[in-house]
Design a protein. Sequence first.
Length: 156
Amino acid sequence: MPPSCRWSWRASSTREIVVALMAPWVGRQAKSWGRLPLLLIGFAALLVRALLFALLSDSPLLVVVQLLDGISGAVVGVLTPLVIADMTSGTGRFNLAQGIVGTVSGIGASLSTTLFGLVAVSFGRTGVFLSIAAVGLLAALTLWFLMPETRPSTEQ
């Protein structure tokens, strides 16, 4: 296996291990801390990860940086259905809302690959990761200022 593939495999495995280990903790903390603080932590991890990718080029260090992707993956993976359940409670529209969120996420993933590919061609590796960090910052600020806490008041 070429060295670049070996590091890619390790980075992907690292992310999945972190997600598996953190998901139960995120679920418990969502009950006590609330959804919004954890979402902010998850989006902040994405922002820091993008900035570190822009600045680092050493393969072993990049594997360590992938731990941040595992943190955000666990947070977003656990909290997305929780927030949808909170917002649709009693309406009978959970599946519809989850389908809409999944569709929008898929469209965003498809468009971001194309858009950031164009940025990479025009501005290089550092430019693309700084652009990703800017989008992460915008997402975190949007959460901070526009999203209310959705945790039911009975969950203390």
